[in-house]
Design a protein around this ligand. Structure first.
Ligand code: NAD
Length: 484
């Protein structure tokens, strides 16, 4: 099946930090794919803006190289790459000084959607916002896109929000969390709110608990010095896992519209219970033969930063009272796998006896690999000899179910950038959501710091520290296997 492509309005997209790692790996190859699909019209343009001293041809070459390295199958489309390159321009600019700004002002057109992607360090966000305003490059219709990390605590997030709010309305600010751009994450809302089957069961009468796992096999090597100042809680939980939890737990919005959805997510964050430190486990991966330990990767022999965190969280509202949400994320784990599992309760009464009575329904939403949905149902084991029951998955891998060609489904970044151009903020975090998430996260991190909490070591290739397993065992529950 070829997915429907609806072209977006003509745009000028300025990528500040257009020569950086994120631009080369994700943003530029993603834009090329949207160009190939016909979604980005030929009169749209992309302007790289960064410190490097190069001209438009130098930037075109950088983009060609990025597509060759990170672009996948479409990197073979030589003719299309030429056409795409003709839509590219470049300005050498200094976010903190005056150099390059009048040049940029001369390039950005009126009469098209103007979007400015801040793919630079957050310390430059305020400078960029101010200079876009001072040089009359942005107007009341323009959009800005900002990347994580969106602060490192409530105070810094507030300061960032304020620095952007001086020049842009909230309706112009797009805070990217690429997890929200994943097909399955959006499908979570389609499944919940587009089917009659699930919503009646989506509460504490029928749900025993929920598990959210985001497991990575990579370590922090390469970005160790950045990561060591953040840790799994700041880098993953405060943003990505929190967003997943919100989508699972939120009340049905009145409409599928940006502020309706974001208001419901905000209510979930505000209803999160503070986490008791007995309900949270931190870990650091250990050395494994020649494979360096976390501390070696972070080049900090006394680091107390966590590369793994697992926790049990409660939500104080009618729907979820008494239902634990278990979340875990970490590096150097056994597989690269992310999923959300809704584990339903036992039957109120089973007509079957012994082991046959102990079967549960589980709805697992796989974010990676093989985005899809898997509903575990109980059926009769085939064959004669009585009624034996087994659990089987009703498995729907999207690429199979929808017969998508490999790589056809847009990557999260491309989808989100097209949403920016369309002016659809549904899948972007609002400022108050980000602040509420930090308000919940700060006391946890401050508690670790005050106690000098030392993370538990865990084996590389494992499911994290044993204490994380105990976190569920104590409640008579088990984590699902991390299967890549
Ligand atoms: P990078 O260091 O590779 O690139 C930084 C870019 O900013 C370069 O193009 C550089 O020329 C430009 N720049 C730096 N100082 C400048 C100045 N004074 N004026 C104008 N341009 C300037 O960084 P990156 O990895 O691409 O990350 C960019 C942002 O995205 C950061 O905030 C980062 O935290 C965030 N981010 C990156 C990734 C990733 O995978 N790389 C993932 C998520 C978020």
């Amino acid at each position: 099946m070829v997915s429907r492509v609806i072209p977006v309005d003509a745009f000028d997209l300025v990528i500040f930090g257009g020569t950086g790692d994120l631009a080369r790996r994700k943003i530029l190859p993603g834009l090329f794919r949207r160009f190939l699909s016909g979604q980005m019209t030929e009169d749209s343009r992309i302007i790289g803006a960064a410190r490097s001293d190069m001209d438009a041809d130098g930037f075109r070459q950088l983009v060609r190289d990025a597509i060759a390295e990170f672009g996948g199958a479409e990197s073979k489309e030589a003719e299309a790459i030429d056409k795409f390159a003709a839509r590219l321009d470049y300005v050498s600019i200094d976010a903190k000084g005056e150099g390059g700004w009048s040049d940029l002002a001369g390039k950005v057109r009126d009469g098209v959607v103007k979007a400015f992607y801040f793919s630079v360090a957050p310390s430059l966000f305020g400078d960029l916002a101010e200079r876009l305003h001072l040089h009359h490059i942005a107007d009341a219709e323009s959009r800005i896109v900002v990347e994580k990390p969106f602060g490192r605590d409530l105070e810094s997030a507030r300061a960032l929000n304020q620095s952007l709010a001086e020049h842009f309305q909230e309706s112009q600010i797009y805070r990217i969390d690429h997890y929200l751009g994943k097909e399955t994450v959006q499908n979570l809302m389609a499944i919940r709110f587009g089917n009659v089957l699930f919503e009646p069961l989506w509460n504490n009468h029928y749900v025993d608990h929920i598990q959210i796992t985001v497991a990575e096999t990579v370590g922090v090597g390469g970005r160790g010095s950045y990561y060591d100042k953040a840790g799994a809680m700041r880098d993953m939980v405060q943003n990505h896992l929190m967003q997943l939890l919100c989508l699972i737990a939120m009340e049905p919005p009145n409409k599928f519209e940006a502020d309706e959805v974001r208001t419901e997510k905000l209510k979930v964050i505000r209803a999160l219970q503070p986490v008791d430190h007995h309900h949270i486990v931190r870990g650091q991966y250990d050395k494994d033969g020649d494979e360096p330990s976390y501390r070696e990767d972070a080049e900090n022999p006394r680091s107390f930063t966590e590369s793994f965190v697992a926790m049990k969280v409660g939500i104080d509202n009618w729907r979820w009272a008494g239902v634990p949400f278990y979340m875990r994320t970490g590096k150097k784990l056994k597989s690269r796998a992310s999923e959300i599992a809704v584990v339903f309760k036992d039957l109120g009464h089973s007509i079957f006896e012994g082991d046959e009575a102990r079967h549960r329904n589980i709805l697992a939403i796989r974010l990676q690999p093989n985005e899809g949905i898997d509903l575990q149902v109980t059926i009769k084991e085939p064959g004669p000899g009585g009624m034996r029951l087994i659990d089987v998955p009703l498995d729907m891998t999207f690429s199979e179910a929808l017969q998508l060609e490999a790589d056809e489904a847009p990557d999260a970044y491309e989808r989100l950038i097209m949403d920016v151009i369309r002016g659809n903020q549904t899948l972007f975090m609002r400022g108050d959501e980000v602040e509420a998430a930090w308000a919940w996260t700060d006391p946890i991190i401050n508690g670790w710091e005050a106690r000098n909490d030392v993370p538990k070591l865990y084996d590389q290739g494992s499911a994290g520290p044993d204490d994380a397993l105990m976190l569920m065992h104590r409640d008579g529950r088990r984590w699902r296997d991390i299967k890549g």
